[in-house]
Design a protein around this ligand. Structure first.
Ligand code: SF4
Length: 709
C-alpha cells in the first residue's frame, strides 16, 4: 500500500456494482473527505448515500489488526506456517480436493487472481467458489447459454439513450442508485418510459410508468408471453433470427406452451390482463429497450431461465449491440465481474476459460501449474454441504460473511467445527464468520477499502482502480501477498514472486490475451505490459482491450453489433425455458412466501455501513413487511415484534404492515447479523434451493409462517 497522502486520490466506491469513481482526500488522522469523481464515466461526480458516507466508516473500531491462531495472537510467521501446514496435511491425508476456498465479490481482482491460481493450479482443488454465486451466477449462466460467453453486451450509456427501460427484479433506486438517477434523468430529457417488474412495490416501482407486481417466481411466464406476443404482432426481426441465431422455433414453441395468450400470462403471473397488454404493447412498439435484470431474477431456483427468457425477447427483435438497447445484468457487488474475469467461480478455470482440454492445457502451460484441475468444483451451496458431510477438511474464507448471508447458515455454523483447518481473511474482528471456530482456526487481518490497492470491474465491464490512501493498520496485509506467502511455503515460490498488485494485474492481463485469437471475449492483453506508474493512474477502461484489432487499447462500449457471438458457429442461442414453478411451495404449516433483499443505506452484512450513524438511521432495526390481509388474522400490529419461522429456523423482527408486499408474502432485509441484532440473520431462515444450471440459491421464495410475539 502507498503511504498516506494529503492530496485527493482517485479511487472507486467499494459497495455496489455501479462502480462509482470517488475522490478521497485523507485528513492525516486516519480519515478522509469523500467526493464523487467528476470524470468517472459511471457517475460523473455523483454519489449515493452509501458512497458519500464512506468517510464515516474509516475508523479502526472492530478491526482485525493481528493474526491469531485458535484465539491467541500470533506472528504472521506462525499464522502462515499454520495455514500452509494445515493445507499440506489436508491434501496429503484426504487429497487436495478436501481443500476449499470461499471468496468474495468484495475482493480486488488481484487478490481473486492469486487465490484462484493457487487453488486451481498449485494446490489442485477445484473447490473455489464465491459469494458472487449468491449474486449474479444465474446471469453468468444465461449469458453463456445465449452468447457462448459471459459477456454483458451493453453499457450504462444505453440507459441514457433508451426510450424504454424495463427493470426486472431490481430495486435500483436503493440498490443501484446512481444508475437509477441516470434512468430518471433520461425520463426528463427524452421521455424514457420505465416499467418495473417486481413482487414488491419498491421505491423504484413508485417512479415507474407501469408497475407489474407479479407473483413470486412467475417471470418466465411473463417473458414467454411477451415472446409469443412479439411473434403474433409481426415484431420479430426475421433476418437477425435467420442469420445470427439458432433455436428460435423450439423456444417459441415452449413459450406458447407456457403462456399462449396474455390471458394465460395474466393467470400465471397474477397480473391484470390489461397491464400485461400495456407492457407487451410498449415493448413491441419501442425499439430502444434496455431490459435490466438483477437479484430478483438471479436469486432464484429458476434464475438462469429468467435471464434467458429476457434475452430471448431481445434476440427475437434483434435488439442487442446498438446504442440504447439490449439485455443488461446489474451486478450486485463492486467486483463480481472481476471475480468472473479471473475464473473465481467453481465452474470456471481462469480468464473466462472453462474446462475444454485445450483450455486446461493453455492455462497449465501459462501458469506452469503442477496440479491443474480438469473439471468443475462444488458451487457454494454444495460446497458448504460437503463441509457438513466431512468431505471438505480445510476451508479458507476471504472477505465475506457466509454465516449471515448463506442459506441454512446455522447448519453451516455447526459444520465448521468439523474442519481440521478454518482460515478467515477478514478486515473486521467480530463478524459472525470471524467468530466461528474449526478444530484449528487462523484469522488473518486484511486491508479494507482505503488501504488496499488494485482493480475492480463494474457492471458495464469497466475496470477501475481502487487505491490505497490510508496506512495499513496494525499488521494487516494485502490478500494477494498473504496468498503468495502461503504458496511459497508450499514450495511454489517462483510462480508467486509478485512484488506488487501491478505485477499480479500484468500477469492476469497476459493470461487473458494468451493464445487468444478473438475467440474468447475477455481479453485485456493490451494491459499486460502496463508499467507501475501507468497502472497507478490507469483511467477506467472497458474490456475487451486486446493487443490488436479495432478495440485495441481503447475498449468497447458494446458487443455483438455485428451479430457474431462466441458460440462455435458464432450464432446466439434461444433457450426453451421451463414453466415457472417455485422450488418449494407453501403448505398448511408454512403458508407464506418469504422474500429477502436490501435497504437503501446498508451494504451486505453491515460490517462497514453499520459504523455510520447517518446510514443506520434510515432503517434502525431489522424488520419484516407483511400485507394487512395476513397481519390482521395473525394479530400482528404495525410496529410490533413478530416471529418469522421456516423449516430452517426463526427470526424476530419489527413488523411493518404494508400493502407494498403481495398478500401471502413477507419481505425481510438481509443485512442484520448477530453482530448488531439478535435473531435477525437472514441466513438462519432461508432454504436456498439452487438453480440446477447456475447453482445460485433461491433467496426470494422460502415457505414461512409469521406470528405475533
Ligand atoms: Fe457506491 Fe453504488 Fe452508491 Fe455508486 S451507486 S456511490 S457504487 S453504492
Amino acid at each position: 500500500p502507498q503511504p498516506e497522502t494529503s492530496s485527493a486520490v482517485r479511487t472507486t466506491c467499494p459497495y455496489c456494482g455501479v462502480g462509482c469513481g470517488v475522490l478521497a482526500t485523507p485528513d492525516g488522522q486516519g480519515g478522509a473527505a469523500i467526493a464523487g469523481d467528476p470524470v468517472h464515466p459511471a457517475n460523473f461526480g455523483r454519489l449515493c448515500s452509501k458512497g458519500s458516507a464512506l468517510g464515516e466508516t474509516l475508523s479502526l473500531e472492530n478491526r482485525l489488526l493481528h493474526p491469531s491462531l485458535d484465539g491467541a495472537r500470533v506472528s504472521w510467521e506462525a499464522a502462515l506456517g499454520a495455514v500452509a501446514g494445515g493445507l499440506r496435511r489436508a491434501a496429503e491425508t484426504h487429497g487436495p480436493d478436501a481443500i476449499a476456498f470461499y471468496l468474495s465479490g468484495q475482493l480486488l481482482t488481484e487478490d481473486y487472481y492469486v487465490a484462484n491460481k493457487l487453488a486451481k493450479g498449485f494446490i489442485g482443488t477445484p473447490h473455489v467458489d464465491t459469494n458472487s454465486r449468491l449474486c449474479m451466477s444465474s446471469a453468468v449462466a444465461a449469458h453463456r447459454r445465449a452468447f457462448g460467453s459471459d459477456t454483458v453486451p451493453g453499457c450504462y450509456e444505453d440507459l441514457d439513450e433508451a426510450d424504454l427501460v424495463v427493470l426486472v427484479g431490481s430495486n435500483a433506486a436503493w440498490c443501484h442508485p446512481i444508475l437509477f438517477r441516470r434512468m430518471v434523468d433520461a425520463r426528463t430529457r427524452r421521455g424514457t418510459k420505465l416499467v418495473v417488474i417486481d413482487p414488491r412495490r419498491t421505491q423504484t416501482a413508485e417512479e415507474a410508468d407501469l408497475f407489474l407486481g407479479l407473483k413470486a417466481g412467475s417471470d418466465t411466464a411473463l417473458f414467454s408471453g411477451l415472446l409469443v406476443h412479439l411473434a403474433e404482432a409481426g415484431a420479430l426481426d426475421d433476418l437477425f433470427i435467420a442469420e445470427h441465431t439458432a433455436g428460435f422455433e423450439a423456444a417459441l414453441d415452449r413459450a406458447r406452451a407456457i403462456a399462449p395468450t396474455p390471458a394465460a400470462a395474466a393467470a400465471a403471473t397474477g397480473l391484470p390482463e390489461a397491464e400485461i397488454g400495456r407492457f407487451y404493447d410498449l415493448f413491441t412498439r419501442t425499439r430502444r429497450v434496455v431490459t435490466a435484470f438483477s437479484q430478483g431474477a438471479n436469486q432464484s431456483a429458476q434464475g438462469t431461465d429468467k435471464g434467458n427468457a429476457i434475452i430471448n425477447c431481445h434476440l427475437a427483435t434483434g435488439r442487442i449491440g446498438e446504442p440504447g438497447l439490449g439485455p443488461f445484468s446489474l451486478t450486485g457487488q463492486p467486483n463480481a465481474m472481476g471475480g468472473r474475469e479471473v475464473g473465481g467461480l467453481a465452474n470456471m478455470l481462469a480468464a473466462h476459460m472453462h474446462f475444454a482440454p485445450e483450455e486446461v492445457d493453455r492455462v497449465r502451460r501459462f501458469w506452469g501449474a503442477p496440479r491443474i484441475i480438469t473439471g468443475e468444483g462444488m458451487k457454494a451451496v454444495a460446497l458448504f454441504e460437503a463441509i457438513e458431510r466431512g468431505r471438505i477438511r480445510a476451508l479458507w474464507v476471504m472477505g465475506t460473511n457466509p454465516l449471515v448471508s448463506m442459506p441454512r447458515a446455522d447448519a453451516i455454523r455447526a459444520s465448521l467445527a468439523k474442519l481440521d483447518l478454518y482460515v478467515v481473511s477478514e478486515a473486521v474482528s467480530d463478524s459472525d464468520t470471524a467468530r466461528a471456530r474449526g478444530r484449528r482456526t487462523v484469522l488473518l487481518p486484511a486491508l479494507a477499502w482505503g488501504e488496499k490497492d488494485g482493480t475492480v470491474t463494474n457492471s458495464e465491464r469497466r475496470i477501475s482502480r481502487q487505491k490505497s490512501f490510508l496506512k495499513a493498520p496494525g499488521e494487516a496485509r494485502p490478500d494477494w501477498a498473504v496468498l503468495s506467502d502461503v504458496a511459497r511455503r508450499l514450495g511454489h515460490a517462483e510462480s508467486f514472486a509478485y512484488r506488487s498488485a501491478a505485477a499480479v494485474f500484468r500477469e492476469h492481463a497476459a493470461l487473458s490475451g494468451f493464445e487468444n485469437n478473438g475467440t474468447r471475449d475477455f481479453d485485456i492483453g493490451a494491459l499486460s505490459d502496463i508499467g507501475d506508474a501507468a497502472y497507478a493512474d490507469n483511467p477506467p477502461v472497458q474490456w475487451p482491450l486486446p493487443r490488436r484489432g479495432p478495440s485495441a487499447a481503447k475498449g468497447r462500449q458494446r458487443l455483438f453489433a455485428d451479430g457474431r457471438f462466441y458460440t462455435f458457429d458464432q450464432r446466439a442461442r434461444f433457450v426453451a425455458v421451463q414453466p415457472p414453478a417455485l422450488a418449494q411451495g407453501t403448505s398448511a404449516e408454512y403458508p407464506l412466501i418469504l422474500n429477502t433483499g436490501r435497504v437503501r443505506d446498508h451494504w451486505h452484512t453491515m460490517t462497514r455501513t453499520g459504523k455510520s450513524p447517518r446510514l443506520s438511521a434510515h432503517r434502525a432495526v431489522p424488520f419484516v413487511e407483511i400485507h394487512p390481509d395476513d397481519a390482521g388474522p395473525l394479530g400482528i400490529a404495525d410496529g410490533a415484534v413478530a416471529a418469522v419461522e421456516t423449516a430452517q429456523g426463526s427470526v424476530e423482527l419489527e413488523a411493518i404492515v404494508t400493502d407494498g408486499v403481495r398478500p401471502g408474502t413477507l419481505f425481510m432485509p438481509m443485512h442484520w447479523s448477530d453482530m448488531n441484532a439478535s435473531k435477525a440473520r437472514v441466513g438462519a431462515v432461508v432454504r436456498g434451493v439452487p438453480d440446477p444450471v447456475s447453482g445460485q440459491p433461491e433467496l426470494k421464495a422460502t415457505p414461512a409462517r409469521a406470528r405475533a410475539l
